[in-house]
Design a protein around this ligand. Sequence first.
Ligand code: HEM
Length: 455
Amino acid sequence: MSVNVDPKPTRNTGVLPFYRFLAKHPRDPVAAFEEVGAQAGGRIVQLNMGPFRPYLVTHPDHVQHVLRNNQPNYVREGMFWDPLVPLLGDGILSDGEHWQESRRVLQPLFTAKYVESLADRMAEIITEQIDAVVRPGEPFDVVDGISAIVHPTIVRLFFGDRISSGDIARLIPAYEVAVTATWPRLLMPFVPNSVPLPGDRAFRRSIDTINTVVYPRVHEARRTATEGKDVVSAICRARADDLGERGDRRIRDDMVSMHGASTETSATALTWVWVALDAYPDLAERIYKELDEVVGTEPVRPSHLPELRYLKMFLSELVRLYPPGWILPRKAVETDEIDGVTIKAGSTVMISPYLTHRIEEFWDRPEEFDPERFAPERERDRERRHRWSYFPFGGGPHKCLGQHLFMMEAQLLMASLLSRYRPVITATRPVRPRLASSLRPNQKVKLTLVERNRT
Ligand code: HEM
């Protein structure tokens, strides 16, 4: 395969014709993106997307520069973020002063200790949801089914008993639309927001639904938040001085942003689990064996989790190959230079864990799904690995707040399902990622959960 890379005056860069790659893979835009990454080979390149020419930054040194060393210069604004402002508002997923304030309020809520204190409740909710959603022996749509377990779990942790099942059922499709309806803007980020695109109306309707559900919960939590262990009560206590409409709006923005950041990413990651289990039966067997030894026929308890070592390695590898936050766009505030390449003020920089996790210089056999990379006995390999060659949860000041929560939720959910059922997958063609704001499968993945004989 040979592609022309136009030489550019600055060192270490080139321009890659993104739409030409896209035309080559009309049904698989992610393959086009992978090819771009392979061509870039860790160099900073510009992607020619018509009038829009973002810089693609994949080398771990360069990623570190953008996300940590010179982070204040690379803000979450610009063509990718702006369309999401009506949904996310001005809180933890924004930048600058408001983000800093939200981070100060939210960070103490997501320490390992606090998350562990939620474990028993989370285990209970997950079991209830599995009982409600799984019909043994009947087809189970992975995207819908996992979402139907993950969303209520997170919503109940966030809102406690303040939210009804009916409202949860309204929120799930609204978020689904909100994160998928903006994909045309992702592919054509140069189209101004004032020009309508398909999906815009559905996006606005989904925000109305979300606001109709979330605001009353915020108002109620403000009135009664004294003891509640749920997240909205804790935020209300932390923002007790920030009253009135503005204060309500800030709490709404953080709740909605966190909901978006947590459910979509977790559900997406947990969708790929089944694809990987199906593709690698020998690895699946290891997970089943570990679950038999550690959990057996008991209900899964948080105390089992530290013993589920292989499951944890499997999940770490899963988010290497399928990081749900596959692209992290930034806007350069001032002109900067990265490794000899000039990044002009106002330009877009795209960081991609998906591509960095596949660079051969840093990963042996990068395309191979191999949980052994994360084996505790290979600690020394990890120490030698570049710190920024693996960042499924981002890094620097914007690092994900929910990493512990996700690991706990994923282990509890997988252990609870797989200690009771064996999955049999039916997919008509190879499952590939598709382009959306998170890395979802390109087709419906159906499976049947067959009850295990647990004598
Ligand atoms: C598989 C699961 C998850 C993945 C892969 C993931 C990934 C990420 C990534 C890559 C970022 C950085 C975004 C950026 O730099 O622009 C991030 C930020 C964030 N994540 Fe997660 N996340 C996951 C689950 C969660 C969960 C369960 C929560 C629940 C609280 C959460 C809350 C957040 C928040 C609040 C931020 C923004 C932090 C800030 O900017 O200060 N995430 N996440």
